[in-house]
Every structure is written in C-alpha cells, then in structure tokens.
Design a binder for this molecule. Sequence first.
Ligand SMILES: *[C@@H]1O[C@H](CO)[C@@H](O)[C@H](O)[C@H]1NC(C)=O
Ligand SMILES: *[C@@H]1O[C@H](CO)[C@@H](O)[C@H](O)[C@H]1NC(C)=O
Ligand SMILES: *[C@@H]1O[C@H](CO)[C@@H](O)[C@H](O)[C@H]1NC(C)=O
Length: 376
Amino acid sequence: MGKKMMTISLYCQVMHLVMCCLLCFSGYGHSLKSAMYLFGSSVLDMGTNNYLPNGAKGNYYPYGIDYPGGEATGRFSNGKNAGDFLVEMVGVPSPKPSLSISNKSDMVEEFLKGVNFASGGAGVLDTTYPAYCMTLSQQIGLFNEMVEKTVDKIGHIETFEHMKRSYIVLNIGNNDITIASNSGVDPEEYASLLIFTLHPHLKNIYDVGGRRFVTISTGAQGCLPRARTETGGCSEETNKLAKAYNTKLASLMQTLQSEADSDDPLHYSYFDLFAAHELLNSIRESLGFTEGVVACCGTGAFNGSAYRCAPGTVPCDNRTNHIYWDNVHYTERFTGLLMRLAFYGSDPYVKPINVKELSEIPVLSLYPTDQVKSTK
Ligand SMILES: *[C@@H]1O[C@H](CO)[C@@H](O)[C@H](O)[C@H]1NC(C)=O
Ligand SMILES: *[C@@H]1O[C@H](CO)[C@@H](O)[C@H](O)[C@H]1NC(C)=O
Ligand SMILES: *[C@@H]1O[C@H](CO)[C@@H](O)[C@H](O)[C@H]1NC(C)=O
C-alpha cells in the first residue's frame, strides 16, 4: 500500500469513528429525545380548541365515542385522529394541546415532550375562520414563544438539537379550500397565494431546528359529505382547488429542502392524502366500508349539513363500515388505514420517502453530548 493510500485509509477510519461517535451520542441527554409538534387544522387538533371560548368544538358526545374511555377530548373523530396514529407508529409521547401547557411552571418540560398546536378551523390564511380557531400565525407565534423559553432554560444548542430529532407534522389548507369553494377563484392563483403564505411559517420552524417534516396534503375535499350536499356527487371544482394546492405543497417541501443547509439537511415525507383517499375509496367494499358517502353523524343529505354532528346526537350504529364520521372528517378506522399508507406506503402516496423511512434517517449531531450538556 502506498503512503498516500494509507493516509486516505487512515483518514476514512478516523472519519468513520467520528461519525459513529456522533451517531452514538445523539439520543442521549434527557431532552434529546424525539417529540412531535403538530400544526394545522382539525385533522390534527388534539384538544386545542377546548381552550378557545368560541372555538369549533369536538369535545362533546358523540365525538370520542370510540376513543379510549369513550372520552370526547376535542378530537374531531369518533376515536383517534391522524396525529394519534402518527404518534403511535413513530413512537413518541402523545403531545398535549399548546394552550394546556402555556405559561405553566413546567411548560419547558412539557414542551420537550411535544406539543399539539393544531386547531380546528385553522387555515393557511389568517382570514380563514379566525374567530373559531388559533390561526396558523398564532400557532407559530406560540411555538416561537415556547422555543424561546426553552432556550432560556436549557440553552440554544440543546433546544436546537432537540428540535432536529423531533417531528414537525403539518396539515393545513383544507379550510382555506372550503372557504374558496364555489367562489370562482382561479385554482392556480389561489394555490400560489396559499403556498406563498405558508412558506415563511415553515422556514420559521426550520430556523429553530425543524429537520423532520411530515406534511399531509389536503384530501378529496370535493367529495366530503358537506361538499356533496350541493350536487349529490363530488364537487369537481373543489377537488381542483385541492389538487392545485397539493401539487404546489409538494413543490414547496422540495424547495424548503433545497434551501436548507446541505451539512444539516432537512428531510420530509409528503403524504398525498388525496391520492391515498382515491386508492382506498376505490377498494372500499373489499375493506368493509359499505357506507362511503354518508357521514355517521349529522343531518341533511349525506349527513353533510354545515351544522356538523350536534351535541347529544346518537350516531350510526356501525362506525367501522363508514368512511366519514361527520360532514368533513373521516372515521377513526378509515384514518388509521390512510395513516398506515403514510407510514409504509410508496410513491405516489408518499414523496420522496414514507414516514417510516423518515424516522430511520439518523440525526447527525453537530455537537458532542458533553458540549451540549455544558450549555445548561
Ligand atoms: C403567557 O401569557 C401572556 C399573557 O396572558 C400571553 O401574552 C403569552 O402569549 C403567554 N405565553 C405563553 C408561552 O404561553
Ligand atoms: C360493522 O361493519 C364491519 C365492516 O363492514 C363488519 O365487519 C361488522 O360486522 C359490522 N358490525 C355490525 C355490528 O354490523
Ligand atoms: C346519519 O346521522 C344520524 C345521526 O345524526 C345517524 O343516526 C344515521 O345513522 C346516519 N346515517 C348513516 C347512513 O350513517
């Protein structure tokens, strides 16, 4: 072996050792565990709106009828929601609603276990149902405040390293599309406006350390029971809005990745909820979903009236054969199948990787643990 070869070989061995050490060290330290931070709409809300006097609510019977203990927690489902399935599959603590921990003495410890900022009714635009939810700007604002308090307590580096290990889950846009339905707005223009507005919010999360994004697109909005009440069938116009937004959302994730520091890359799994819905819907009979259009709880045609599922309503007997729980939300069982596709699926349902693959990408710590600790 020539001297030069030996030098290269030695260099490789040393680098290998360094990389190993970094990988080993990452994961130690109490706050260097993964947690989940969820942003967006009712698809992910785990009780945020319970704290808003005028918030859109899911905290009364029959919501939660199939949740452990039959408890109505504020989730817009008969049981678990999309966030719960992700929590279970990825293996992180169940995040508490942001407003249940804000300004508490143990807020930083709670923050490090993950937080649910998602709020039923929220949209990308602050003008989307602002009276009934925490808007996305408010969600990000509260997140920033909590990050600052965490930095004060455990230091910048450890906070950053914690965020890098954590999952940022996002589902937003559905309510903006509901508002724009039948307004005659141009789908491409509207989608551009939404993406233009969303971009800085995601950049903000990246700037404080967010490196693992799970982005859930909007679904077949035009086929929701609420949308069907107008024509009987799916609203193609509404579906066009959703598709235009989804395409641009997938590109936005690519853009974010390309804008990120190449030495400390951003990884994401984009889940095409629309495509996943179409796949499962096309084989729904074989999956046991004998009722694919009428919601399990609600009033009017398709149980799709805008008044949703009212307090005290006795819902349908069989929640496992319905795709829709209320006028705009899936049942727990259908949600579970969708999220399994997010976790294990492949293109075109997930791009460029699924959530399982995302969770297996090692986090390269930029700092050895002893240095991280010394910042406390
Ligand atoms: C704490 O309370 C103040 C005053 O009510 C509020 O403005 C602020 O947003 C809260 N901060 C957090 C992190 O909860
Ligand atoms: C409910 O629906 C599921 C799926 O179609 C079916 O397997 C089950 O037998 C139904 N349960 C009742 C009580 O009808
Ligand atoms: C429609 O909703 C009502 C309760 O609001 C429920 O009793 C009924 O079973 C639902 N219809 C279907 C087909 O699920």
